[in-house]
Write a protein of this length. Structure first.
Length: 314
């Protein structure tokens, strides 16, 4: 016969999901005074453990185009050694500055890998290729990277399906401000698969540290038949965040009615002083830029969001 004492049981400790390591690829240009992506990462991940960074600098190709009248290409030639050394020195200086920025945010020397490579195709496609093949959780582009996307992707027709698929497999972070004032995330959801994938991505990146707060935002069109009740959408996004370890008390929800979802998101981002606006991308359209940023909402955010980093994924 069991005594009262023998019937007592130790309380079952809650299962805590082990913190996973996150790997972020950060592109670095030649201007040490900018480095928006590195500055964002240093601030956003301040004192957050288990984050590994790779700083990538891409040098111009060794061969340059020789242009004649009307800027037509008449041949190719080797880049002048002095010019190449100048580019190399500038890139190394910028990479070292970026490394120091990350360390000032708490990253250790062993958490930072520095890579310097020569451009093979185009700057932006080399970066996308590097991000996909390296198995990174995200690729962070600074303001210069935004310009590369504009210059290289709009109207480009000779992009392979393989490159498009690789780009969709890597969430892109567009960092167009030197450093956000806050560290919170505005997660935009609509019940779609891209939005759910973004919720999972946000959860994986934030983890269980509790250093960031997440507001799940649903924009409802006024007087329109919305496909899913906000409570259902919120429950799905919350479950994805919590499955990655995000503490429940750091998650809040908000519903806004507006017939212009992009305007509503921009207003919320400004009012809440969010560091990140995270959105899925989906829909149909021609041209690689639209393939990378499909849908009117994510495309509008791409063009108009300036005071926070934009995270997008397919």
């Amino acid at each position: 016969m069991e005594t009262a004492t023998s019937q007592l049981r130790e309380p079952i400790a809650p299962q805590v999901r082990p913190e996973t390591e996150r790997s972020i690829l950060i592109t670095v240009g030649e201007e040490p005074q900018h480095l928006y992506a590195a500055r964002f990462a240093a601030h956003f991940f301040q004192e957050v453990p288990n984050v590994r960074f790779t700083l990538l600098g891409v040098l111009p190709p060794e061969e340059t185009e020789i242009r004649g009248f009307y800027r037509t290409v008449v041949g190719t030639g080797q880049m002048d050694e002095d010019v190449r050394k100048l580019h190399t020195d500038r890139r190394r200086e910028a990479l070292e500055t970026a490394r120091r920025l990350l360390m000032s945010g708490g990253a250790g020397k062993g958490d930072i890998n520095v890579r310097l490579r020569t451009q093979r195709t185009s700057m932006v496609l080399d970066i996308i290729d590097e991000a996909a093949l390296g198995g990174y959780d995200a690729c962070a582009l600074g303001n210069r990277g935004r310009t590369w996307l504009d210059d290289m992707l709009e109207g480009t027709e000779n992009i392979t399906k393989e490159i498009i698929e690789r780009s969709c497999g890597i969430p892109l972070w567009l960092c167009r401000t030197p450093a956000p004032s806050g560290r919170d995330v505005l997660l935009c959801v609509d019940g779609s698969e891209p939005a759910n994938r973004m919720a999972r991505h946000v959860g994986r990146i934030l983890g269980s540290s509790g250093a960031h707060r997440v507001t799940i935002l649903r924009v409802r069109r006024e007087g329109a038949a919305n496909p899913e009740e906000p409570e259902i959408t919120f429950a799905a996004a919350r479950a994805l965040l919590e499955a990655e370890g995000v503490p429940p008390h750091t998650i809040t929800t908000r519903v806004v009615e507006d017939n212009d979802p992009a305007r509503a998101i921009l207003n919320e981002a400004e009012y809440g002083r969010f560091a990140v606006v995270a959105a899925g991308r989906g829909g149909a359209g021609g041209g690689l830029l639209r393939r990378l940023f499909m849908g009117s909402v994510s495309h509008a955010l791409y063009n108009r969001l300036t005071d926070a980093a934009l995270w997008v994924c397919c």
